[in-house]
Write a protein that binds this ligand. Structure first.
Ligand code: ADP
Length: 236
């Protein structure tokens, strides 16, 4: 479960997240949607405990900066930052040691195979393409068997096979009760599997919808998205 309450993040005087509050339940996939610059990455970095902010964020009932929260939180950044001199497999070993994981090898093998990195296991981070580096981030985030995972624009830069595998993985995680947040500027990339949609504009959540309600009402989400994100243009 993720509970975000009155999250405000300023970069000097610029307000990137403006009093955002929302909750994502266990086994739910929430999508943070909005145009570039809406504040999605900033919100995800705050939830991941990487930035200072005002407000409160809880991960399964623990303050997001606590050890308890960090142990169950996976984060896949928008821009991958692997260790240049560690191989793919050494990344797995590093995470396993840092999180004191037991019996992790088989899971690591499975993740690496699934992301089609098995023939690159001995390649160093710096020798890999951006897409492959992103796949390492995904493997690292999932190796710890997180209860909450944050994906920042995960489909950008991945090849079609990896996108298919990632989508299948997301569904499996949801079935296991894992809580997921995905940010995207393209609504259609997530339309098959979202449960909760948060449309952001200028640091604020301008609309929140649950899938079940939208299925009943038949509301057109694309229209809603553009109504919110193109409001200024219409007013000009
Ligand atoms: P999104 O992920 O929706 O594209 P971001 O969270 O990356 O949006 O950025 C939101 C706003 O905050 C943008 O206007 C961006 O320029 C600004 N911003 C992001 N990071 C920084 C930073 N480190 N310093 C100053 N401004 C930033």
């Amino acid at each position: 479960m993720i509970n975000v309450s009155h999250l405000t993040k300023k970069y000097n005087r610029f307000v990137a997240n403006d009093n955002m509050s929302f909750m994502v339940k266990d086994g739910e996939i929430a999508v943070l949607a909005g145009p570039n610059g809406a504040g999605k990455s900033t919100a995800i970095k705050c939830i991941a405990g990487l930035l200072r902010f005002s407000g409160e964020i809880e991960i399964c009932g623990h303050n997001n900066k606590s050890m308890e929260a960090r142990q169950i939180l996976g984060y896949v950044p928008e821009i991958p930052a692997p260790f240049e001199l560690l191989t793919v497999w050494e990344h797995m070993e590093f995470i396993a040691r840092a999180y004191r994981l037991k019996d992790w090898q088989e899971r690591a093998e499975m993740l690496v195979r699934r992301m089609e990195l098995d023939d690159k296991k001995d390649k160093m981070g710096k020798e890999l393409s951006k897409g492959m580096q992103q796949k390492i981030s995904i493997c690292c985030a999932l190796l710890i068997e997180p209860k909450v995972v944050l994906f920042d624009e995960p489909f950008v830069g991945l090849d079609p096979h990896a996108i298919k595998e990632l989508k299948a993985t997301l569904s499996e995680l949801r079935e296991k009760g894992v809580t997921i947040i995905i940010s995207t500027h393209m609504l259609d990339s997530v339309e098959e599997f979202w449960d909760r949609l948060l449309i952001m504009m200028r640091g604020r959540i301008e609309a929140e919808r649950e899938r079940k309600a939208v299925e009943k009402s038949g509301e057109n989400l694309e229209e809603l998205f553009f109504k919110i994100t193109e409001k200024d243009k219409q007013e000009q």
